[in-house]
Ligand binder design. Structure first.
Ligand code: KIV
Length: 272
């Protein structure tokens, strides 16, 4: 963890000043070296997403992610970065059972892993009470509405939200409630673009879009999707910028051929 004299991380106040001035960048990271690379090139926020369940651990969805996994990956991302604000995504059932348990788990993300904020999904009355308590004790919170993957079984799949008048009104109300409860930022996942735009204009919190067009205050993507490093197909709204799966295979193939073909390979040298 950083010592007092080294603290140069972006703060929620600095990020909030960017609303309406400059778009904010957020990417997921799950390990120290990725965090280091993104931090060095000026990413503003690193989200240790529970998407690690899919892209790191190979689960079908985010539900199996545990508090221990989140703490270990968050600590690695904090160690690898210096300036970005690091957000730990509270895993499924680590904040829903009781306010007390949620406070303790969110506290662990800051105290044990060194995160600067936590994220949680949904905008129920319970969540709004919880967010107020978290903010009261000094834990900055990012909300998440629209497509909320922890509710995949209830939602019955992944689709765009806010297409009807009724759902539009509900989602706009949710965004207002989260902002009023004290979230400094809210992820808008797969929300109909004109609604994402209306939310962005209406609320004080930063809106961070994903699969909601480019009308929010900022954008977030799963880094593996951008790198072409996903197990299945990447979501339709992401265009991978490289194809690292092909690169890994090519490098692996060269290593296998070099190792099997020669006694002394060109790739592996002696210790010195
Ligand atoms: O878990 C995650 O990576 C997320 C982003 C997709 C917003 O919640």
């Amino acid at each position: 963890m950083s010592t007092y004299s080294e603290i140069k991380r972006l703060t929620t106040k600095q990020l909030l000043k960017m609303k309406g001035v400059e778009r904010v960048t957020m990417l997921t990271a799950y390990d120290a070296v990725t965090a280091h690379c993104l931090d060095e090139i000026g990413i503003e926020m690193l989200l240790v997403g529970d998407s690690m369940g899919n892209v790191v651990y190979g689960f079908e969805n985010t539900l199996p992610v545990t508090m221990d996994m989140m703490l270990a990956h968050t600590a690695a991302v904090v160690r690898g970065s210096k300036r970005a604000l690091v957000i730990a995504d509270l895993p499924f059932m680590t904040y829903q059972a009781s306010i007390e348990e949620a406070l303790r788990n969110a506290g662990r993300c800051l105290q044990e892993a060194g995160a600067q904020a936590v994220k949680l999904e949904g905008a129920s009355e319970y969540n709004c009470i919880l967010i107020k308590r978290l903010v009261e004790v000094g834990i900055p919170v990012v909300g998440h509405i629209g497509l909320t993957p922890q509710a995949v079984h209830q939602m019955g799949g992944y689709y765009t939200h806010g297409k009807t008048e009724t759902t539009r009104a509900r989602i706009l109300e949710e965004a207002k409630k989260l902002s009023e409860a004290g979230c400094f930022a809210i992820v808008l996942e797969c929300i109909e673009p004109s609604l994402a735009q209306e939310i962005t204009k209406t609320i004080k919190a930063l809106t961070i879009g994903i699969g909601s067009s480019d009308v929010s205050d900022g954008e977030v993507l799963v880094i593996n999707d951008l790198l072409g490093l996903t197990l299945g197909k990447s979501p339709s709204f992401v265009k991978p910028l490289v194809d690292l799966k092909t690169t890994i295979k090519a490098v692996g193939r060269e290593y296998i051929e070099s190792t099997k073909g020669k006694k002394e390979t060109t790739l592996v040298d002696t210790c010195n």
